[in-house]
Design a protein around this ligand. Structure first.
Ligand SMILES: N[C@@H](CCC(=O)N[C@@H](CS)C(=O)NCC(=O)O)C(=O)O
Length: 249
């Protein structure tokens, strides 16, 4: 289909553009440009899961670039992409974005229609706040209950230090589900907050954390998402080659 050059976009003195010449073709929308998302283990890397879900929620076209934590060459390449040497890292249309919250904000900017942030200003502020809290907090929970999608530990003894983190997350989820009506944290649509907390859902299920009814329902909602099912299935197919977890997964 020939591109249409809007008359108003052409200064009066400029020669009329020839639509058959490549230079005159409309530049593809930034959101239509193919992106690449660098991630690591689908079984263990909770941050990779967050970044990947965000990209799927935003419905961008992207290639997955997998790096193994112990592959020196891959890590050198990652350093060129993400100075923090952490995953996830998104490259898209000349932009290089690392840190999960920054990726979420970037995706919201290029795909506002995906609703990664709620429309309502107050809900948006709330969504940003709880997403930020997850991005920068809950260190005890993260180290005591590492993500491991292949594992299940019924009756797991929770270390006391992780309990305040669990309590706070339960408070956030219960409050959001009551205020916005569920089934997602901010109502009927998935937002960046659901991607941020999805790995916590898997941890609660893996380590048999006792939850109230609304939070249990929320866990089921997240695990039932087709994207989540696809990720978990891929994680189960990964070889078991990580013996010791000494990183912040
Ligand atoms: N807050 C960072 C955390 C990222 C992070 O800790 N990523 C872990 C993987 S889950 C990582 O890259 N660890 C080092 C490695 O895999 O080599 C973010 O938001 O992206």
């Amino acid at each position: 289909m020939s591109p249409v050059v809007a008359a108003s976009a052409r200064p009066k003195s400029a020669p009329r553009a020839d639509p058959t010449k490549p230079a005159a073709r409309a530049k593809p929308k930034a959101s239509a440009v193919r992106a690449a998302l660098t991630i690591s283990s689908k079984n263990y890397s909770s941050w990779s899961l967050r970044g990947w879900l965000l990209a799927r929620f935003a419905e961008i076209d992207f290639d997955e670039v997998m790096v193994s934590p112990d592959d020196a060459d891959a890590r050198k390449e990652l350093l060129l992409l993400a100075p923090s040497i952490l995953v996830p890292c998104l490259t898209h249309d000349g932009a290089k974005v690392w840190n999960t919250l920054a990726i979420a904000q970037y995706l919201d900017e290029i795909r506002p229609e995906a609703g990664l942030l709620p429309k309502d200003r107050l809900a948006r502020a709330h969504c940003r706040s709880v997403s930020g809290e997850m991005n920068s907090g809950f260190a005890n929970l993260r180290s005591a209950l590492p993500m491991n999608l292949k594992a299940h530990h019924p009756g797991y003894k929770i270390w006391a230090g992780a309990q305040p983190d669990i309590d706070r997350i339960v408070e956030i989820w219960t409050g959001c589900l009551a205020s916005y009506g569920g089934p997602y944290l901010f109502g009927a649509r998935r937002t960046m907050a659901d991607a941020m907390f999805a790995p916590v859902v898997t941890r609660f299920l893996t380590y048999d954390v006792k939850l109230n009814k609304p939070c249990l329902g929320y866990c089921q909602t997240i695990m039932a998402m087709p994207e989540m099912k696809g990720w978990v299935a891929a994680a189960r197919r990964e070889p078991d080659d990580i013996e010791e977890l000494d990183m912040d997964f």
